[in-house]
Design a protein. Structure first.
Length: 318
């Protein structure tokens, strides 16, 4: 089948116009805000294990009990505001950006070349979208981690941000963790989208189905199953940087000096093995659940807007 002359039609799908990209951005913002917000209790325990392993040393379940004993049930919701808001903005640019970049790259290189190199397109699209998203996410993550590490630091996100900026200045307060967040989020997002795409293809193939002719579990079921696989893979790959990000946003971590100096001290003090494994079990549970939820909610919201998510298709079979 020849490529369509309509520039908004790609691989027989579309139109991929401004309405589609805004639908993708909205769906991305909602799915990330809901999933990250819903898993704040898990993230609180995971972050405390990373920041104070000598105190929170009773495992994942024991960590919940420790937080409740010290801070009450509300302690498990610390950082909910910056998490929900920050990840809505991040999801807007991440999911919207991935849809924008992968459809436009496909259009630019040609459908057959895009099909042959679809994994590379997933990786490049995810990396570019995540870089943009992290510029907006970083200040929210800095506030969240500060509130989790020191619940008495401020009463609200605005109060936390104001106090941090007064103490450290704008860049020191909100972007001291920018390099760690890039090292965490870009590999995470690249893995998430590439593995989910490949896992979904494998599930459809094993069931003799396709997005146009869904299996018994439906396209939503495929999104959820492939999302779990992608989430666990992404959690493992990005975990060292996640631990480093948590530590560098803790007050006084790494001593004085620039961002890279502090990062070097933290790595030396913590050890590479500990960076790679501390809190990993909790994070696999969190990210596996979160990623499955994100892809599922994304598909639901896209359907509600009347849009259908772009998927790579072999042009020779169209």
């Amino acid at each position: 089948m020849a490529a369509s002359k309509d520039p908004t039609i790609v691989m027989g799908q579309g139109p991929f116009d401004m309405k589609y990209f805004l639908s993708g951005a909205l769906a991305g913002g909602i799915c990330c805000s809901i999933t990250h917000g819903g898993l704040v209790p898990v993230d609180v325990v995971k972050t405390k294990i990373q920041l104070n392993p000598e105190v929170y040393n009773k495992g994942f379940i024991g960590g919940f009990n420790q937080v409740i004993e010290k801070e009450g049930m509300n302690g498990l919701l610390t950082g909910l505001g910056p998490t929900a808001q920050g990840y809505f903005i991040q999801g807007w640019f991440k999911f919207g950006g991935v849809e924008f970049f992968k459809t436009n790259i496909t259009r630019s290189v040609g459908e057959q070349k895009a099909w042959d190199n679809r994994q590379s397109i997933y990786l490049v699209s995810a990396a570019m979208a995540e870089f943009i998203a992290d510029i907006f996410l970083c200040p929210y993550e800095a506030c969240r981690i500060r509130l989790v590490s020191d619940p008495a630091y401020a009463d609200s996100m605005v109060g936390c941000a104001t106090k941090m900026m007064a103490e450290q200045g704008f860049m020191g307060a909100f972007y001291s963790g920018f390099v760690p967040i890039l090292c965490k989020q870009i590999p995470y997002t690249m893995t998430k989208f590439a593995v989910q795409g490949r896992a979904a293809e494998g599930i459809y193939a094993s069931l003799g189905a396709s997005p146009d002719a869904p299996p018994a579990i439906g396209n939503l079921g495929v999104s959820l199953a492939s999302g779990v696989v992608a989430g666990v893979a992404a959690a493992i790959i990005s975990h060292p940087a996640d631990t480093l990000l948590s530590k560098i946003n803790k007050k006084g971590a790494g001593g004085e000096g620039g961002m890279f100096t502090r990062m070097g001290r933290i790595v030396a003090e913590t050890g590479v093995v500990t960076l790679c494994t501390q809190g990993l079990g909790a994070r696999c549970v969190m990210i596996g659940t979160l990623t499955a939820g994100q892809f599922g909610i994304f598909d639901i919201i896209m359907g509600m807007t009347g849009a259908t998510k772009f998927s790579f298709k072999d042009p020779s079979k169209l």
